[in-house]
Write a protein that binds this ligand. Sequence first.
Ligand SMILES: [Fe+2]
Length: 261
Amino acid sequence: MKFTDIHGHYAWDIDDGIQTMPETVKALRIASQQGISHIVATPHMCCGKIDQDNRAILMKRMESFKKLAQRYSIDVTFGCELMLNQKIKDTLAEDLFIPIGKTPYLLCEDDVRKKEPDFIEVFDIYLKEVIYAGYKPIVAHVERYFHDDIDLEFIRYLIDMGCYIQVNTTSILGLSHAQHHKNALKLIDSQLIHIIATDTHQAEGTRVPNMKECYDYLLKKGYQERYIHLLMNENPKRVVNNRTLLTPHFHSTKKLFSFLK
Ligand SMILES: [Fe+2]
């Protein structure tokens, strides 16, 4: 199985992701071992806190990262993880963001440290601005915004609005907060998810390129292979190829008799 990882802070010395080139090399080796053949580099950008000079520096570093990844036969597409706030309109108007390649897909996030009501009260307003500007928001690591039980109705509302939902491998694998793990599995069980990605920040530790580990974990949990394939292979490829993402509609997310395992 080959994977496309649409969310990762692999390019060094940009944000809170990987800090040095040797660590990036190590992460690329792991990515290759994990079957990742295509990475979307998504450094953090924050509305209102970036100018054209910063954007140019990011692009230059991503060019260097792309050259490095070629040594490991990994394709790289440029993007960003845009933190939305009240400055979103200006950011869109001034082109101070990086959509994924030449597609209208744009990875968007809110501050995970916020209390849930803030997330629910304002985030959809910012996402609507992204949609009005002609972009297709992919909402990053949705499971991390809910510090108590996830509000699946709110997620359904975001999807109906035109958003796509991304969940982190680390949350699925239970390597972050227990609530994030529960939220991630609820999203998978409810089929309110389009894409799984690593959100790699490290070459060692928990936030590493662990696509295959996650794939194997979900298979072992009894989920249908074609469902996991959709989330980890088909839809991520569709993003970079600028094709419409498929919304899961499976009669059952789990294999028959998976409860016997
Ligand atoms: Fe991220």
